[in-house]
Design a binder for this molecule. Structure first.
Ligand code: NAI
Length: 403
């Protein structure tokens, strides 16, 4: 079939196998080049003896999870297991980008002498936790690091079977702000109604720390966490402009729950000398973030400002800094007052945020976006679905089942 780009309400319905492979290869190439040749002085050389050799990434097929897998493998030579939720391809239907990414990554990692495999299914379920535990036992023995990088619209409670849906809404009162859609350069006004109390609780159920705790409890009970093992989950804070829909909204409540879970988990991990952290990362275009109202407009302005200051990063660069400037150095692990790791430090620089705020004030409803980088945001969105690479022939008739 000829695979074309199809995007509906900021959700891409298709993905291109050759393009996803290209995306993964580019990320691997950047990591290898940086680790071996130290090209960019802001990204330190890995401290080899500190690095985890066996890594489980829950949600490791796209976005921050995929980058975690790539950095672990290509700076520390880690064997990795990914758990993610994918649609497999059929003769006339493309797979999810996560499926193509996973195939591309695993082929390459295995060629390069590392173990790399996946469990596809619902990470919230007990069955998938059990299957993952079996795989860890068989292939790795134990793991030294567990990355928790799920972003999901729903969760079935493994005990009651009840389905909870996460929503991206303000709390208490409606929120009206300017917004843009990917692929449509016109600023619109968007009003989002507040969540009900039930929706707040449901979002915490899906995106809070409960499932992270279940995973770690489960792995501890099965003796699958090595001495000194660490676990890291990802969070976001962002600027005041997006507080009503993000940090002070339903997802913010879930992130607070996730962040509080880290200290509870560190207590549990004490028995094996391990630690749990939340890392606050930068706003970046991923399948999850593209659907958050108002955030694409913020990202378009942020990208432009950070690019002008030469401090824009992709997911992989963020995770490289997380590993080699924060988690695995000979120094004490640096955290903020709440015990969180911060790799959103460049995004949150006062000079960056002031400039974003200034540009935000220039935007007018019904007008094209001013002084932002919507093209850059769009290009990245295309790339994470395997589109927009100039040397890939998108008119070619290909089998979507082959990567
Ligand atoms: P993403 O959409 O690229 O990745 C989500 C991953 O979760 C994918 O591998 C997907 O297959 C997996 N997944 C979803 N539901 C699943 C299920 N039921 N079972 C198994 N796997 C499932 O998202 P992204 O943006 O990388 O998000 C990962 C984490 O990073 C989230 O906690 C998010 O809040 C956080 N984060 C994201 C930021 C951003 O701007 N993108 C900024 C800071 C934090």
């Amino acid at each position: 079939m000829i695979i074309t780009k199809k995007v509906m309400r900021n959700v891409s319905l298709t993905a291109h196998p050759a393009g996803c492979k290209r995306y993964v290869q580019q990320q691997i190439a950047w990591v290898k080049n940086q680790a071996q040749n130290g090209v960019d002085a802001r990204y330190p050389k890995p401290t080899a003896e500190m690095l985890p050799r066996r890594v489980l990434v829950i949600g490791g097929s796209t976005g921050y999870g995929l980058s975690s897998r790539i950095v672990a493998a290509y700076t520390g030579g880690a064997d990795t297991i990914n758990v993610s939720f994918e649609r497999e391809p059929a003769e006339k239907k493309t797979a999810t980008p996560g499926w193509y990414n996973t195939m591309a990554f695993e082929q390459q990692a295995q060629k390069d002498g590392m173990k790399a495999s996946s469990v596809f299914g619902d990470a919230f379920s007990t069955a998938i936790k059990e299957e993952t535990a079996r795989k860890i036992k068989e292939e790795l023995g134990q793991v030294d690091l567990v990355i928790y990088s799920l972003a999901s619209p729903l969760r079935n409670d493994p005990v009651t079977g009840e389905t909870y849906r996460s929503v991206l809404k303000p709390i208490g009162k409606p929120f009206t702000a300017l917004s843009v859609d990917l692929g449509d350069d016109v600023v619109k006004q968007a009003t989002i109604d507040p969540a009900t109390d039930e929706q707040v609780q449901d979002t915490i159920k899906v995106m809070g720390g409960e499932d992270w705790m279940l995973w770690i409890d489960f792995l501890l009970a099965q003796n699958l966490l090595a001495t000194g093992a660490m676990t890291v989950a990802y969070s976001y804070i962002g600027p005041r402009i997006t507080y009503p829909v993000y940090r002070e909204g339903t997802i913010g409540k879930a992130k607070e729950h996730l962040e509080n879970s880290a200290s509870a988990l560190t207590n549990k991990l004490e028995a094996i000398g391990g630690k749990a952290f939340v890392s606050v990362n930068k706003a970046l275009v991923t399948r999850a973030s593209a659907v958050i109202p108002v955030v694409p407009l913020y990202m378009a302005l942020l990208y432009q400002v950070m690019k002008e200051k030469h401090i824009h990063e992709h997911c992989t660069q963020q995770i490289y800094r997380l590993f080699h400037s924060r988690l695995y150095t000979k120094d004490e692990i640096p955290t903020d007052q709440e015990g969180r790791l911060r790799v959103d430090d460049w995004e949150m620089l006062e000079e960056v945020q002031k400039e974003v705020e200034r540009r935000w004030a220039l935007q007018k409803e019904g007008q094209p976006l001013l002084q932002g980088d919507l093209d850059g945001v769009m290009e990245e969105y295309e790339h994470i679905h395997g589109f927009g690479f100039p040397d890939i022939d998108y008119q070619a008739d290909i089998d979507p089942r082959i990567v």
